[in-house]
Design a protein around this ligand. Structure first.
Ligand code: MD3
Ligand code: FE
Length: 217
């Protein structure tokens, strides 16, 4: 992985070059297929609705979530895990649409991870004020596999820290259609999302939706 991290198609600001090794920002990579992505999300949400899960500590998350794929990320009082069954519906999560697989595979390949075949797509919904506290993603079995993230709708300030929670964070703006591939040395970095600023997006209104594609097992 190259050191000119967050190398971007389009606009690479000076802050982007200062980022940690192992992540790659593909600015606007998903923009041309945004309508198809939003239609696919609507179909998933019609089967497995957005819900605000509880953390093992008993706090309700402000981000609303659902999943598609053979496994979905869930959190409740007993912990965080990947499960084939949606606990809200008692049924399997909706299948991962082929447009999702194709996008995730192409983005990963572009960032140097050929053959990425995610089995889980976590769908996060942010409304004004919604935030995601600093955390690591460590519920997956294999940290050699990257995570691909797709941002849609209102822009968010993404917080990017280090391998320790107390490490200082830098901020990046992730906008509609931006795709980030996180792997290698960046895979276990602490990260989060600042409270979403209010606004109106032409396609999604007062919302931001983020897709994260993972290999969970
Ligand atoms: C860096 N989601 O779902 S996406 C998450 O915008 C999550 O909804 C955020 O963090 C969101 O766990 C951030 C970008 C992202 C996703 C996974 C990562 C960055 C990551 C895993 C490791 C390092
Ligand atoms: Fe995360």
């Amino acid at each position: 992985m190259t050191a000119d991290l967050f190398e971007s198609i389009g606009s690479a600001g000076p802050a982007e070059e200062a980022m940690t090794d192992g992540a790659r920002l593909l600015r606007g990579f998903a923009r041309a297929i945004d309508g198809e992505l939003i239609a696919a999300i609507d179909a998933i949400v019609a089967q497995s609705p957005f819900r605000r899960m509880f953390t093992p500590g008993g706090h309700q998350m402000s981000v609303a979530m659902t999943n598609s794929g053979s496994l979905g990320w869930v959190s409740d009082r007993s912990g965080y895990r990947y499960d084939a069954i949606d606990p809200t519906t008692g049924k399997p999560w909706p299948a991962m649409p082929s447009i999702f697989r194709k996008l995730a595979g192409e983005a990963a390949a572009q960032a140097g991870f050929a053959g990425f075949r995610p089995e889980a797509c976590l769908i996060n919904r942010y409304e004004p004020g919604t935030k995601l506290s600093l955390h690591q993603d460590r519920d997956e079995k294999n940290y050699d596999q990257p995570i691909v993230s797709v941002s849609l709708g209102l822009p968010a300030i993404f917080l990017w820290g280090g391998l320790k929670r107390a490490d200082k964070t830098v901020r990046y703006r992730l906008g509609h259609g931006d795709v980030v591939v996180w792997g290698g040395p960046s895979r276990l970095v602490y990260h989060g999302v600042a409270p979403l600023a209010d606004g109106e997006h032409a396609r999604l209104g007062r919302r931001r939706i983020n897709l994260t594609f993972r290999r969970a097992r």
